[in-house]
Ligand binder design. Structure first.
Ligand code: GCU
Length: 426
């Protein structure tokens, strides 16, 4: 009895303890052993593709669902959408711009999701498409005055109160450098994007205004189960729902859809690509902790820090791994491995130490055996490459110079990788 009490008290202390200090020193990384993606929980080895697909892949997926990302619902029966406007001469004539509103409840109820879709005018057949969640609004991805500025729930920086706001006109195109819409069109791809707040405003109570709150209430519940989805799950779910819509767009070839995201949206893109095998290619840009970076390295951001700062991102079960990385039943290389045998690209930035560039590379490297099982080449290198030296065949990787961001250099690599794998001729 005494022992149980002691363990309980120790648990309380650990749960309340401040996260370990952040480590940026390779020498300070704890010794760790990664789970083998090709060894099942019962100790048996995955010997062929069939065993991976019917046994090990579902097992890993389930572990991520129940211990980290939470379980997401499927496509709602009430999914409906409507093209609200269309301009055939957007981006100086390069593209057709469509805005599509999507509803998830009967009679178009619930929080609507607004898709901004550009398709390249020069391409006569259905175009492959990049699908992504943007941070601050569709109008921020390009200065195109025809993009509708939609309202979003946000926390006021000063008062810390939430309010429904329509972003200022001045914010049009504020993230243009991260999107390269004109270049994407010129290279023969379509681009579809949605804003994060449509799915879930990004603060702990934001779920009340997003899809998680809507579906929770519809199910007659008030609280999330310990393995129910979090915000990352909600954003990933939105990517799949966007793909549902894109499958019906004549100008888009949804069988060649690339799911891509930066940072927290890179975490969401990986999770969407892991779950939804309709995504033909998956790109993680600087996704870091909870994305492509190995948790066990405890370099830069850690599970404890992410759980403390973003308690709404992952399921409640994930909290027990704060500063307890060694007890995780998986590591992030297995999230990457869930994409196999489809191509995946993991990118880092040299100065983005918070996201642990080396840990991102090692996740890609340690996922490689799964591609090999399919007879596909993986990364093709064992050593972490020098900056601005992209590597890889079916698993792409680069670390560019500079900060945590998406740049023209990153897009150049992604477009080349997509050309190679999706058969786009230059
Ligand atoms: C924070 C957070 C990261 C996240 C990043 C982002 O830095 O700690 O986990 O990736 O924000 O989304 O930009």
């Amino acid at each position: 009895m005494k022992l149980i009490l002691c363990l309980f008290l120790l648990g309380m202390v650990l749960a309340r303890a401040e996260p370990r200090p952040v480590n940026y020193d390779e020498a300070g990384i704890p010794a760790y052993t990664l789970p083998d993606p090709l060894v099942c929980s019962d100790g048996t080895r995955v010997a062929d593709v069939a065993a991976w697909q019917t046994k090990r892949r579902p097992e890993i997926l389930k572990l991520f669902q129940h211990e980290m990302q939470g379980v997401s619902p499927g496509r709602p029966a009430e999914l409906k959408w409507e093209t609200v406007n269309c301009d055939k001469s957007a981006l100086g004539g390069l593209a057709t711009r469509k805005e599509i509103t999507v509803w998830f409840g009967a009679e178009k109820s619930g929080p609507p999701m607004h898709i901004l879709l550009y398709t390249p005018n020069a391409v006569k057949q259905p175009a492959p498409v990049f699908v992504s969640v943007n941070f601050d609004g569709n109008h921020t991805v390009n200065a195109d005055p025809g993009i509708t500025i939609t309202e979003q729930w946000a926390l006021d920086k000063k008062t810390k109160q939430e309010k429904l706001t329509r972003p200022d006109e001045k914010t049009r195109g504020q993230s243009v450098g991260r999107w390269e819409a004109e270049k994407i069109m010129a290279r023969g791809y379509a681009l579809a994007t949605i804003q994060r707040a449509d799915l879930e405003p990004d603060y702990p109570e934001g779920w009340r205004h997003g899809i998680r709150g809507f579906l929770l209430e519809k199910a007659g519940q008030k609280e999330f189960a310990p393995d129910a989805w979090g915000a990352i799950g909600a954003w990933a779910w939105g990517l799949s729902r966007a793909l549902d819509v894109l499958e019906t767009e004549p100008a888009v070839d949804a069988r060649r859809a690339v799911v891509i995201g930066h940072s927290r949206m890179g975490k969401a893109a990986l999770w969407a690509g892991a779950q939804d095998e309709r995504f033909a290619l998956v790109i993680s840009n600087d996704s870091g902790e909870g994305g492509a970076a190995l948790a066990r390295r405890c370099f830069g951001e850690t599970t404890a820090v992410i759980n403390r700062n973003f308690p709404h991102w992952f399921c409640a079960n994930f909290k027990k791994y704060s500063d307890q990385e060694a007890t995780l039943p998986f590591d992030q290389h297995e999230l990457v491995a869930l994409v196999a045998p489809r191509p995946v690209y993991v990118a880092s930035a040299e100065e983005d130490r918070w996201a642990d560039p080396h840990g991102e590379f090692l996740a890609a490297l340690n996922a490689e055996p799964v591609w090999k099982l399919f007879g596909r080449p993986g990364l093709g290198v064992k050593e972490w490459p020098a900056v601005n030296q992209p590597v890889g065949a079916t698993i792409g990787y680069h670390m560019r110079t500079g900060k945590h961001d998406v740049t023209a250099y990153d897009w150049e690599q992604y477009l080349g990788f997509a050309d190679k794998h999706l058969g786009v001729k230059k």
